[in-house]
Design a protein around this ligand. Structure first.
Ligand code: PMP
Length: 396
């Protein structure tokens, strides 16, 4: 290794470790279901985005296996050469139907979907109004586009309106876009899409909603845009296929001309190998399941409400979540980390989230109940929360 690289790595790694910012990663020994095994220990899992439990769904596993038998394990090329299998075409038709749009395009991940879609449309002569708490992949997509990034205070519609007005009246930009998460994953709050759409109309903004945490969860499973009945008002409906859908990938749903443009100009579509056939087949079936029944969605909300009520009754501060995502706000960073570590020792896997991911002094343990949890699992988690909460003086 070059001397300069070696010094860079060692110094910076040391600094991260000294600041307590180096994340030691635990390997899950088996499926990422409602109960997981880590270092040989069984834990109630409250940290996965597998909201509907579909990652381990038996029917989806069978569908994936059949597709692998027919098509193999890889797509073999990028989409524009000959990596587009009939399976990809079916998936994109299904996603458009699911989202109520003319067309859709899939990507290899939600992360590269944001990188791809934003930079294919926006450039250095444009501006992007971006919610301060938007996901890292949105921030990176904005940076890649070279557009002027104007952050607005989280869900602050006055601030957004003011900044949209200034940007429009400055005459500096060809196009202006407003981007928001549909559901914010740190607090579980929902974007104010009706107000955003109103502001967008007033100032002719392009609208972009990343509903990674809303699809499968909001709008009876169809997402936050559907929840507000705004399918015809949002230009870019982004989703991931890795959370509620339980597999991997990302997509944009929108008008046909937008999707045609992304197929022609978005770089991960042009230059990165297509999603593998087993995954595509499983995703397509999962989307169909969400369209056919709200059973898993309903169970997810039932479990979310149950966990929330239980934590609240114990005296925890669960913030202002509007979705099953349930933060347990502890405050102090060190105490939050100790809390999460003690939960782990007792049998609950719930990650601590501290500054800089969330503001200083608002450290929290974040809980993601899923449709796959049973009441017994949630009761066990609540009993452990009570024990650790009392022990650490977080509740009395
Ligand atoms: N957007 C948001 C809002 C997310 O929370 C995430 C996942 N953490 C992503 C995009 C990236 O999705 P994926 O994990 O499918 O790459």
């Amino acid at each position: 290794m070059s001397h300069v690289l070696n010094t860079f790595l060692n110094e910076n790694l040391q600094q991260l470790r000294d600041q307590g910012l180096y994340n030691e990663i635990d390997a899950v020994e088996g499926a990422n279901g409602p109960v997981i095994q880590v270092k040989g220990k069984e834990l109630v899992n409250l940290s996965s985005n597998n909201y509907l439990g579909l990652a381990t769904n038996p029917e989806l596993k069978e569908v994936a296996k059949k597709a692998i038998d027919k098509y193999g394990v890889g797509a073999g090329a990028v989409r524009t050469i000959n990596g587009t299998l009939d399976l990809h075409v079916k998936l994109e038709e299904k996603l458009a139907e699911f989202k109520g749009t003319e067309a859709a395009i899939s990507y290899q991940s939600g992360f590269n979907c944001n990188m791809a879609a934003i930079s294919a449309v926006m450039d250095k002569n444009d501006a992007i109004l971006s919610d301060q708490l938007n996901h890292a992949s949105i921030i990176d997509g904005c940076r890649l586009s070279k557009a002027k990034i104007i952050a607005f205070n989280h869900s602050d519609m006055e601030d957004l309106r003011q900044k949209a007005k200034e940007a429009k009246e400055s005459g500096l930009y060809n196009k202006i876009m407003v981007i928001t998460d549909g559901v914010f994953s740190m607090d579980g709050d929902v974007a104010k899409l009706p107000e955003i759409v109103e502001i967008a109309k007033e100032f002719d903004l392009i609208t972009y909603v990343d509903d990674a945490h809303g699809s499968g969860v909001m709008g009876k499973g169809k997402g936050t845009v559907k929840h507000f009945g705004l399918q015809n008002e949002i230009d870019f409906q982004i989703g991931t296929l890795s959370k509620a859908i339980g597999v991997v990938g990302g997509y944009v749903a929108g008008k046909k001309n937008l999707i045609d443009w992304l197929k022609a100009r978005s770089r991960p579509f042009l230059f990165s190998t297509a999603l593998p056939p087993g995954d595509v087949a499983a995703i397509t079936r999962a989307v169909q399941m969400l369209m056919d029944s709200t059973e898993l969605h309903d169970k997810l909300w039932e479990n979310g409400d149950y966990l929330k009520a239980g934590l609240k009754k114990l005296g925890f501060n669960i913030g202002h979540s509007e979705t099953p995502i349930t933060p347990c706000i502890i405050g102090d960073e060190k105490l939050t980390q100790t809390f999460s570590a003690r939960l782990l020792e007792e049998g609950v896997y719930a990650k601590s989230i501290v500054f800089p991911t969330v503001p200083k002094g608002t450290g929290r343990v974040r809980n993601m109940p899923t449709a796959a949890h049973t009441k017994e699992m949630l009761d066990k988690a609540l009993a452990i929360y009570e024990k650790v909460g009392k022990e650490l003086g977080v509740i009395s």
